[in-house]
Write a protein that binds this ligand. Structure first.
Ligand code: XCC
Length: 710
């Protein structure tokens, strides 16, 4: 067959499939692609004006405006997106990017309306086999294979959300364990074991000999973790056995939910999703809960422990957040993602006189590394990173990354998985930023990628710093215009099971007493992402959290929600004044804010740990606690896996926007009612902030009653 014949067969297929003899993408232009090589003339074409924007007022006034703004009902389509963007820096930079005509997340959300498909929104579309894609309607109540609406929705839920989210968290844990092993075997790697006591404690719980030399113990514990992750699904997980609450384990065994090795669990679950395999919808949902358990104990929980061993446990302190921390004459490195493993070695190095001198030799005042999204929320919390000279503070949430590059002063943007958007190469090219992926799991078009080699982290970190210095020199030599929005929030950070306990004088008893007295009615963990949706963009998180603290509910946050809490002032001790009387008094007495940031969305592992210790102190199972979980602006698959973790642990979990389950009443009823009757938790979906707060309050009061508290 000649090339011409092959071409012809493609054209004919395209014609058959969509009635046109070329691929659809042939109608798009170079501007519609993210490959930076297609944007040669981007500097001439896109003119950026930093003056033609409405500047945000001082932070104090911004806080006032935010509070008045969310009382009004105007976070919908009219006035979008400036009616949902409540971060003062992002408000400014959105205007810059929008006026320049560059693609950006909020404008893309608008472009996607109203084409977003209602079948997909409800979970009623399937693209698994070649008979499809199938969409369920009254006229066509089954897919071609015969699948009904309930199975389709349940299978989509597990396959598209829970398996991916679970494997991503387990993958993260796996990389952390590799790093811990390298720290034990290769001291020349720049890795340190900053918390050997924690290593001993958890190695001992794992049944290892904790009295061996620390380096050897690190290797043994890392191997133990990796072996458990890689075990078969039909062999019970040792990590779940070692770290999960006793009563929960009994329940999970009874319900057939006790997981085996994490990766194998994901493979098993995905196998069940193949066309014409499992078709019982409830099976998919229970399997999702089982994945939620692996997600926690072979993912979040262990990766948190390992990262604290490497970076040092949290310490409560005041730090700063937002774009105003960028400095025009500094070499600015922003590190993005969720695994600050290379980043923490880079911070160590950037903090040395040697590297600060190199920066000065390049004409800069110095070199600083700032964190962004969840990676940043971890760096701001760990003692081993946030006390360092080369650490510059926290930038923002995932929605702001394109706008961040548009400041023109980010010299290097390095990232691991996830939450680096695909358009970054275009922004990097337009604004002179160097991009560097630090793990091959994430490759962007036209962008350098490092192999993930923990043994070589020192060399790799040096490469990153050198790249940043070169980019800075280039920026200066071209004399490029820049603009840094001057906004900075002061925030109290560093909360974790240990640091909270320490602040309370060594035990959770004082907190339990406040809960028992009713000054604190209960605890809400408000976690996860922010979305670009109408009514969201940070606004929904802020509204709900305000409502909770006014009702004397203490809030723990993690993920991009923490950035929202930071730029709205809720992580400042002054926010105590906005609480109900009981919580206000407790916060004032302890000098803490009513929102305690635990860090990243992956730090949910620490929150569940705190909850477990509270349950232990009260001698009750975890599902008895006056505790609720919420992801008011969930975005991606890990959040859904985390919701399944919460259900496994017996908690009420609220998610918004509504996940794609509303196409099936069996699925909705199972997740929102039946699971609770089994001793598990349940899911709540509600888009209205005030109603959400009421649901939380009612649930907490119900749990208090069951505990005999008034
Ligand atoms: Fe991404 Fe974590 Fe979500 Fe933020 S919270 S949008 S996952 S960066 Ni993790």
């Amino acid at each position: 067959m000649s090339d011409k014949d092959i071409q012809k067969s493609y054209e004919q297929s395209a014609e058959r499939m969509r009635g046109d003899n070329k691929t659809f993408a042939a109608d798009l232009t170079n501007e519609d692609y993210n490959d930076p090589n297609l944007h040669q003339d981007i500097h001439q074409k896109i003119s950026v004006n930093y003056d033609n924007i409405e500047k945000s007022p001082s932070m104090e006034k911004v806080h006032q405006w935010q509070r008045e703004h969310i009382k009004k009902d105007d976070q919908t389509k009219e006035g979008y997106p400036l009616n949902v963007i409540i971060d003062p820096a992002m408000r400014e930079m959105y205007q810059v990017v929008h006026h320049a005509g560059m693609t950006n997340v909020f404008d893309r959300f608008s472009q996607q309306q109203p084409t977003q498909c209602k079948f997909c929104i409800e979970g009623l579309s399937c693209q698994l086999c070649a008979n499809g894609p199938c969409r369920i309607s009254k006229k066509a109540p089954r897919g071609v294979c015969g699948v009904d609406a309930h199975t389709m929705v349940a299978r989509n839920f597990m396959y598209r959300h829970v398996t991916i989210g679970t494997s991503a968290n387990i993958f993260h844990c796996h990389q952390a364990a590799r790093t811990l092993k390298a720290a034990g075997q290769h001291p020349e790697s720049g890795l340190k074991i900053r918390d050997p006591e924690k290593l001993k404690k958890y190695a001992d719980m794992a049944g290892l000999d904790a009295n061996q030399p620390v380096e050897k113990l690190a290797v043994a514990f890392a191997d133990w973790v990796m072996n458990d992750i890689h075990a078969p699904f039909h062999v019970e997980s040792k990590a779940v056995e070692a770290f999960a609450p006793t009563q929960r384990k009994e329940l999970w065994r009874k319900l057939g939910l006790f997981p085996g090795g994490g990766y194998s669990e994901v493979a098993y679950a995905q196998t069940r999703c193949m066309t014409n395999f499992t078709s019982d919808p409830v099976e998919f949902l229970l399997n999702s809960v089982r994945l939620g358990i692996a997600n926690e104990y072979q993912g979040l929980f262990l990766l948190n422990i390992i990262q604290e061993i490497l970076m040092g446990t949290q310490e409560i302190t005041m730090k700063q957040q937002n774009m105003g921390l960028l400095k025009e004459n500094m070499i600015n490195i922003v590190t993005n993602g969720h695994m600050p493993l290379l980043a923490h070695v880079a911070i160590d190095m950037a903090s040395t006189d040697e590297w600060q001198q190199k920066a000065k030799a390049a004409g800069a005042d110095g070199i600083q590394i700032l964190g962004h999204v969840c990676e940043g929320q971890q760096l701001i919390n760990y003692e081993g990173t946030h006390l360092q000279k080369g650490y510059g503070g926290q930038e923002g949430e995932w929605l702001s990354q394109e706008y961040l590059l548009a400041t023109g002063v980010v010299d290097l943007f390095m990232f691991d998985y996830n939450c680096t958007v695909p358009t970054m190469p275009i922004f990097a090219k337009r604004f002179g930023t160097k991009l560097l992926s630090t793990h091959p799991v994430i490759k962007l078009q036209g962008t350098d990628t490092l192999d993930f080699l923990p043994e070589k982290m020192k060399e790799q970190a040096a490469k990153a710093l050198d790249m940043a210095i070169e980019a800075f020199k280039q920026r200066k030599s071209e004399n490029r215009p820049t603009y840094i929005p001057p906004h900075v929030s002061d925030c109290m950070v560093g909360f974790s099971t240990e640091s909270v306990k320490k602040a309370l004088g060594g035990s959770f008893q004082p907190l339990i007493e406040q809960i028992a007295k009713g000054n604190i009615r209960g605890i809400a963990t408000i976690v996860g992402c922010t979305t670009a949706r109408y009514g969201q963009g940070g606004s929904n998180i802020f509204k709900i959290t305000k409502g909770l603290i006014e009702n004397n509910i203490l809030v723990l946050s993690g993920g991009c929600t923490s950035s929202v809490m930071e730029y709205t002032g809720l992580t400042h001790p002054k926010a105590a004044d906005e609480c109900g009387e009981g919580l206000k008094a407790v916060c004032k007495q302890l000098g803490i804010p009513p929102v305690l940031t635990y860090g990243a969305c992956v730090d949910i592992g620490k929150m569940t740990h705190t909850a477990k210790e509270l349950a232990d102190a009260l001698h009750v199972d975890t599902n008895k606690l006056p505790l609720v979980i919420g992801a008011p602006e969930y975005l991606e698959q890990k959040a859904v896996a985390d919701a399944c973790t919460a259900v496994a642990l017996g908690w009420l979990v609220h998610v918004a926007p509504v996940p794609s389950i509303t196409g099936s009443d069996v699925v909705v009823k199972t997740l929102t009612e039946t699971t609770e009757t089994l001793g598990l938790g349940k899911v709540v979906v509600e888009m209205d902030a005030e109603k959400t707060v009421q649901i939380y309050v009612d649930h907490i009061e119900k749990k208090r009653k069951e505990l005999g508290l008034h």
